[in-house]
Design a protein around this ligand. Structure first.
Ligand code: ZN
Length: 55
């Protein structure tokens, strides 16, 4: 995975874990965004910046 903020490579140990975490390079809060509703039947996971203000 690539940090969407600084493009630093981020190692994801558990793709089931959707708790926000901080990028080790830029300290931006990131979260895995899992979309299980794809037509391809496979889970599509992206890394996005976690909006701290979003409840
Ligand atoms: Zn980063």
């Amino acid at each position: 995975m690539i940090c969407p903020n600084c493009e630093h490579g981020v190692t994801i140990e558990d793709y089931e874990d959707i708790e926000p975490f901080q990028c080790s390079s830029c300290n931006e809060w990131l979260v895995l965004d899992v979309d299980e509703g794809t037509y391809f039947g496979a889970t599509h996971t992206t890394l996005r910046i976690f909006d701290i203000d979003y409840d």
